[in-house]
Write a protein that binds this ligand. Sequence first.
Ligand code: SAH
Length: 397
Amino acid sequence: MSDLARVLLAPGRDGPVRGGHPWLFSGAVASVTGDPEDGDEVDVVGADGSFVARGLYNALSQIRVRLYAWEPVALDDAFFARRIADAVRLRTDSLGLDDADGACRLVFSEGDGLSGFTVDRYGPWLSVQLTSLALARRRDALVDAACAAVPCAGVVLRTEKGVLQEEGLELRDGVLRGTLPEEPVTVREGALVFEVDLRTGQKTGFYLDQRENRARAAAYARGRTVADVCCYTGGFGVALAAAGAERVVGVDTSRPALALAGRNADRNGVAGRMDFVRADAFGWLEAEGAAGRRYGMIVLDPPRFARTRRGVRQAIRAYERLNALALRCLEADGILVTCSCSGRVPAEGFTRAVAAAAVAAGRRVQILERGGQAPDHPVATACPESEYLKCLVCRVT
Ligand code: SAH
């Protein structure tokens, strides 16, 4: 046994961790010996003292230990560099996401065995998110490893709200390596190009997780009048217009997102068939329905409605309401593309919300296709929380 500090599992609470789950919550810890500092490497041991897993400790977080290895290996810079190289290899060798002008998620936190570290590549620029204190302390080594694994002209750090309370971690967004262009950068997705604002855009800049679902939706677009609700920078709308939609209206509350969406429409030669409206999704759909306006296709891609377990019921009601409003605006034989990125809302719960919306709106809904997050956002079977995106393509009569 190593001379690392040891975290003893509470009896009966060791199941997930033994099964490879990367989060050891404070409630599953019986005791800690060896007085580890926040960010230190620790061994997690069973009631009989035997080794279970190795991770990084943080007394400030509900996730007391984030686990990275189920064998006694050193969690040093070389370990994390190997894991990052492995994540990159999946994108390049198996997924073919190595287009120099393309974009992909290079590292997906728990999905890649790197809980707390996410990297998106936009051409030669990397956008990094750190959500664990221990990995934030190893930031330079992690960024070096990412830059060694792919061509890298610059790295920017983007922080999600909430990390400070959850992890006791204070981070300042900004450029970590190289330079970042002042203007949005341009990346390719299939035959389309999108401008991405790496400095102030949402998330890490672009919703890469919807890549396959945009293509899926595009197959139904020809000749239809489309509403892209919660359009952000136009990901779905531009793809649908380019696939032959007759007209597309994009709706979002964010002024900067809509400005970029307009530029994206322009760059892809579809601005003549696209309009953008700054409005609340619920209010806008309600007004369209009341005015008798009908669409041949509606995309719903709202932000995460449930952040916590307690918020799930309310989130499901919000999905019901939003989907019912959209169903009322669809023509007969219309297509509804409806998404949920709330990891807390399970796929069945989301499907039930759409079913309830169908009843409320008095429409018949047939699910044609189901999509999840793009494969560069892999789901670790040991960590169900790494699965979050659901997309249903439905026919509505
Ligand atoms: N479909 C987009 C991603 C959508 S992200 C793509 O493929 O790129 C969710 C979007 O919902 C964000 O742009 C956010 O500004 C917007 N949003 C949040 N609340 C909203 C509301 N109440 N009404 C309309 N848009 C909203």
